[in-house]
Design a protein around this ligand. Structure first.
Ligand code: ARG
Length: 701
């Protein structure tokens, strides 16, 4: 016995494979020999006791896995986070471990119920005490990492376990003296591997092969330069020797049957405690988040995002609301190895609604544009969410909120506006970095959020029940009527499928009856609408018979030609050449329309804007102030419009292709609804429903 290193172990008097809670236990129920187990345990005990102090906790009848003291909790200094086992089969061990910790005078932290964390099985301190590696994915939940980080006041690097056989972090990952790391990379997802590589230099990483991994080589007890394990290949021994380690093998096969080996059978009670925050050359920033953090899953999304981005976090404060309904708040310190990684993470956290601290005292950083149409590299790019920026001590709401813009600030007023990169002028002041920016995510009440989720899962499944379509039609009809009566604004974004599926007449009616205030589309919807109006076909298909007509393939070109002769669609209406249809109604009822061209356009019609920048600007102008946008079977134009539209505008996307609907739903704003159905059918139901509403109205009067 040399140093003051101490371990906790538990003799295997009641050890047994009694149930299956990991793949190693499968087929091994009652297949372990207690005698051999005791002998193997005794050998391990002796090897460790020769080099360190070993404390013992009393084994308990009925808790066969209690030998695996690594899972008792996580100790740092005088503090310990008690495990919360995922499986009921092990939950009964908790009070015994708790008692032991308390008897030692440790301060014991207990996690809220239903938040599994399996102690040092899933949380391993860097041997220099610089940070904590924490695993999740099987036994431990990511959310627990936040609390552990806060209680132990340590930086946590979360690693996502992917291979069921390596269900605890200590089965595939073993930090060693002098910053070395013994690990099995395929047990982790790509992000985690990247994080490991960012933190541990290549010469310190000892990656092992599967053959060693399944012998539990990573499940080693490390005491100074000694690595005690079940078994190691010659290559591994050589590799470790090169790094200055000596391997001591001691067979633990009986314990492998329960999914554990040397490290699992021990808990290191004396862990290096570094009171000073480690000087790691890391950048760190603090953000604060408020809202229904747990219910909405916001914190775990934020932490996920930090880890996936290659950063790490420390939770400084986590104020759970008093009631389930009340809001909570969390301060999270984010660390990142480089400015670039930090910027990327911060931008995403701000999108989630986090505010960089100390935001209260900090204005947004402005940089003056020196080359037209080009921003500095660290420009802040905008989202669909309402955003505020701090200018000379004042929070200013950003105007013209849209996705993928740059925020330009004129300080004199002060006014902040979203601009596109290409519209930046020399002298414009744009926001860079993420200080003094906050995005306002409305805390919708929870029932609404739930309803939206239900909607999206319905879309995700790609099947639309008839009733579901009806419900959405009823809702849209109600909105259309209400908005018309209140003088609201509705835009329709439509693709040619509207005409092909026989929806042209219905859409014409909606326009005629004042339900639509703007129409957006491409060349094609106008071409086929006009073709149908003039020749009765849509892409050569007779709309009454449903069959192709001879020479029909020329029809749309004839339609285009006629309009070109008149000079514009409006002229064609004036001259009596175009007498019905969607575009006709637009002209007649003064409903502005915009047709955006594309590479596949025939013609085009004289009205089609082939200058895309002009078309984008035109679209943006037409959707300004919209209350509702109906997107009818057009992926291209619907997504284009989606990008320009701020959160808060209701969007209904109808498409037979679930992918299009999901894509729009992905913007994550609660106001968007999707329905997977035939657009012609949708429009016919909508018109019928509006009729019904109108009749009801008459009856009531
Ligand atoms: N049978 C135990 C379980 O599945 C084995 C625990 C191994 N412990 C460890 N730290 N990996 O929970």
């Amino acid at each position: 016995m040399t140093s003051s290193i101490r371990f906790l172990m538990c003799a295997p008097h009641h050890y047994e494979v009694d149930y299956v809670i990991n793949p190693w236990m499968e087929g091994n129920i009652h297949r372990s020999s207690l005698e051999t187990a005791q002998e193997q345990w005794q050998n391990l005990y002796q090897i460790i006791a020769d080099r360190a102090d070993v404390d013992l906790v009393k084994p308990q009848q009925g808790w066969p896995d209690m030998v695996f003291t690594a899972n008792a909790g996580l100790i740092l200094g005088n503090q310990v986070v008690l495990s919360r086992f995922l499986h009921p089969e092990r939950q009964g061990e908790e009070p015994f471990f708790k008692e032991w910790f308390e008897a030692q005078g440790h301060q014991v932290f207990t996690l809220p119920p239903e938040l599994p964390f399996e102690g040092a099985g899933d949380a391993l301190l860097d041997r220099e005490g610089r940070w904590l590696w924490a695993g999740y994915g099987f036994r431990t939940e990511l959310d627990s990492h936040g609390l552990v980080a806060e209680w132990l006041n340590i930086e946590v690097l979360s690693l996502h376990l992917m291979d069921e056989r390596f269900y605890h972090l200590d089965t595939c990952f073993c930090p060693l003296t002098n910053g070395y790391l013994l690990y099995y990379p395929p047990a982790f997802d790509a992000y985690s591997n990247r994080l490991i590589e960012l933190r541990v230099p290549p010469e310190k990483r000892i990656a092992i092969e599967e053959a060693d991994a399944i012998n539990f080589a990573c499940n080693s007890v490390n005491i100074d330069s000694l690595v005690i394990m079940n078994k190691a290949s010659d290559e591994l021994k050589a590799r470790l020797a090169e790094a200055g380690f000596e391997v001591v093998e001691t067979p633990l096969t009986e314990f492998l049957k329960a999914g554990g080996a040397a490290k699992c059978l021990t808990l290191r009670v004396t862990e290096p405690l570094h009171p000073e925050p480690a000087k790691t050359g890391l950048l760190s920033r603090t953000v604060t988040m408020t809202g229904h953090l747990l219910d909405s899953g916001l914190v775990s999304r934020a932490l996920d995002l930090v880890m996936e981005g290659g950063g790490s976090f420390q939770v400084l404060n986590f104020d759970l609301g008093e009631q389930r309904q009340s809001t909570s708040s969390a301060d999270i310190r984010v660390s990142a190895p480089s400015q670039e990684i930090m910027d990327e993470i911060m931008a995403q956290l701000i999108d989630l609604g986090a505010v960089a601290l100390p935001a209260e005292q900090q204005d947004a950083h402005l940089v003056t544009i020196t080359q037209a149409g080009v921003a500095p590299d660290d420009f802040y790019s905008s989202t669909i969410y309402p955003t505020e920026v701090r200018v000379r001590g004042e929070w200013v709401r950003v105007q013209g909120q849209r996705m993928d813009g740059v925020i330009v600030v004129s300080e004199s007023e002060p006014v902040a506006t979203c601009k596109l990169l290409r519209d930046l002028a020399v002298g414009d002041q744009v926001i860079v970095g993420y200080d003094g920016i906050r995005s306002v995510r409305s805390t919708k009440d929870r029932s609404r959020a739930a309803a939206a989720t239900e909607e999206f899962s319905f879309m995700g499944s790609g099947v639309s029940s008839e009733r579901r379509v009806e419900l959405i039609v009823e809702q849209v009809a109600w909105d259309l009527r209400r908005l018309r009566d209140q003088g609201g604004k509705v835009a329709v974004v439509a693709g040619p499928v509207v005409i092909h599926t026989g929806g042209g007449d219905h859409l014409s009616r909606l326009i005629r009856e004042g339900y639509v205030q703007a129409l957006l589309g491409g060349n094609a919807i106008a071409v086929h609408d006009i073709e149908q109006a003039m020749l009765g076909t849509s892409l050569g298909v007779d709309m009454k018979q449903g069959t192709s007509v001879r020479g029909g393939h020329r029809h749309h070109l004839r339609a285009i030609n006629s309009i070109r002769r008149c000079g514009s669609i409006a002229n064609a209406v004036d001259q009596g050449v175009l007498t019905r249809g969607v575009l006709y109604e637009c002209v007649k009822n003064d409903v502005p329309f915009s047709l955006a061209g594309s590479i596949r356009d025939d013609g085009p019609l004289p009205d089609t804007k082939m200058d895309l920048l002009e078309a984008q600007a035109d679209y943006a102008r037409l959707i300004e102030g919209c209350d509702l946008i109906l997107m009818l079977s057009t992926m291209l134009h619907a997504i284009g419009v989606g990008n320009m539209t701020p959160a808060g505008v209701k969007m209904v996307c109808v498409d037979i292709n679930p992918a299009v609907v999901t894509k729009l739903a992905d913007r994550g704003s609660l106001e968007s609804t999707g329905v997977v159905t035939d657009v012609g059918l949708f429009l016919s139901l909508l018109v019928k429903q509006l009729d019904r509403l109108t009749q009801r109205h008459v009856v009531v009067q």
